[in-house]
Design a protein. Structure first.
Length: 453
């Protein structure tokens, strides 16, 4: 039976903004120089007429979510903007009344249907991937959770128990979760603070010798300068995946710079190949050689992210069991739903990357499943600035096993953070390598837009 707290979406508003990157960020061999950020406002109501607005935001990361040799980058960006517009128009027409997690679950198939329509209408060379459709829908999903919390006058992370969400987890996962509730797997209060993973891109300068043209904008130009400024302890290392010697030397060089810049400081690394490794043997070779050249750098490596192709069904040969004996191996691009999580486990993956750009509801469901299966969990970024970064930080702060949060918009598009950083300086100012996340406990999703935002 429907609960009296269930809501219906009555109205949706959107706006988009383009932000340029301070320096290019290389993803999967493609340098990214700008982003389009969609901000959604959603009004939900109850049968008695009460209503409230919520807000959500997300960059449309087309290079990450829609890589294609047949669709130019400019066209995939256009396709995502068109799809976001169609999602905004469609949501109020659906008329469903339920909890935000239930609504998101019901509506996923509709987003994929709309994506197919955009593919046809724009005559795209490849269909819009499901991952891309999830990214387009994510600002609306975040706004829905925010509006739900605001309507009921509470922090939405306290509203995932049975008195709010009608169904148990078996409805969204499988019978192994019969009788289990989502609230069991989330923290009602955010963790006070988290270490921040600083991204070391493949194009980023490590030392002064690597700087081709120094930027005079008051921000660091080298890894060493960033380490000193923010007292960093966690580094996410982007690797190429097609040149083992370069990848090994890059890890060792970053370790050398980090430890020389801050002797005695404990550093933690993650390695991100962005699915460019041709096979698991390549990954094993890189890990072996890193360990030989720098046992300390190998020891500092906490996990490896998505080393090989994202389509797990198409590449069953890429089994990660041997690599996972050395370090947790985490799926990111491959994680689309519960089925993909189960397949990844079969293929030897031992961890999962949560991303708010795949939707608040789906991210929490995947976090619940991963915890039950004792998988390694992390929360990662999509170069999320401003509000979208706070959504990501809130997700990390409410999932118990997550020990750090990635946030690289401060490196690549800091201007898009300014208004939000003025309102929540603790979440955007790195002290001792950490950000404050306990402040993200307001009514709604945890934060409120600044004036005029």
């Amino acid at each position: 039976m429907p609960l009296p707290t269930d809501v219906r979406v009555a109205e949706v508003e959107t706006r988009s903004a383009r932000t340029s990157f301070r320096t290019p960020l290389k993803f999967g061999g493609v340098p990214v120089t700008h982003a389009t950020i969609v901000t959604a406002r959603v009004r939900v109501d109850l049968p008695d007429g009460r209503s409230a607005w919520g807000s959500g935001s997300m960059p449309l990361g087309n290079v990450w979510s829609f890589p294609s040799k047949k669709v130019p980058v400019a066209q995939s960006a256009q396709a995502m903007e068109v799809l976001a517009e169609r999602i905004a128009k469609r949501i109020p027409e659906l008329g469903d009344r339920a909890h935000p997690v239930e609504l998101g679950h019901r509506w996923e198939a509709e987003w994929f249907r709309l994506a197919d329509g955009v593919t046809r209408d724009l005559s795209l060379g490849d269909p819009i991937p499901r991952l891309c459709a999830l990214v387009c829908a994510s600002p609306f999903d975040a706004a829905l959770h925010d509006a739900y919390g605001r309507l009921h006058g509470r922090h939405v992370w306290t509203a995932y128990g049975p008195e709010w969400l009608e169904h148990d987890l078996a409805r969204y996962l499988d019978d192994r979760f019969k009788g289990e509730r989502l609230a069991t797997y989330v923290l009602p209060k955010p963790k006070p603070s988290l270490p921040l993973y600083h991204l070391v891109g493949a194009l980023d300068a490590l030392t002064d010798a690597d700087v081709k043209e120094r930027l005079s904008d008051g921000l660091p130009n080298t890894l060493g300068e960033w380490i000193l400024k923010d007292q960093l302890t966690h580094l996410k290392i982007k690797l190429n995946g097609n040149d083992a010697s370069w990848d090994v030397d890059r890890v060792v060089a970053i370790d050398r710079v980090a430890t020389a810049t801050a002797p005695g400081r404990g550093f933690t690394f993650s390695l991100d190949f962005n699915e460019q490794c041709p096979n698991v043997d390549y990954l094993l070779d890189v890990l072996r050689r890193v360990k030989e050249k720098s046992p300390a750098a190998f020891q500092r490596t906490a996990y490896v992210e998505q080393p090989t192709a994202r389509d797990l069904k198409a590449h069953p040969e890429n089994k990660m069991h041997r690599a996972a004996e050395l370090k947790p191996v985490v799926i990111d691009e491959s994680l689309l739903d519960y089925e993909s999580l189960l397949l990844a486990r079969e293929q030897g993956y031992t961890g999962a990357a949560l991303k708010s750009c795949k939707g608040q509801g789906q991210s929490i469901l995947m976090a619940a499943a991963a915890q039950k299966f004792s998988m390694f969990l992390c929360v990662q970024d999509l170069t999320c600035p401003g509000q979208s970064f706070l959504q990501s930080a809130g997700l990390a702060a409410h999932i118990g096993p997550v020990t750090a949060i990635e946030g690289n918009a401060r490196q690549y598009c800091p201007g898009a953070n300014q208004d939000w950083a003025a309102r929540y300086p603790g979440a955007f100012t790195i002290r001792g390598g950490r950000i404050e996340t306990g402040i993200l406990s307001e009514v709604g999703i945890g934060h409120s837009p600044p004036e005029g935002a």
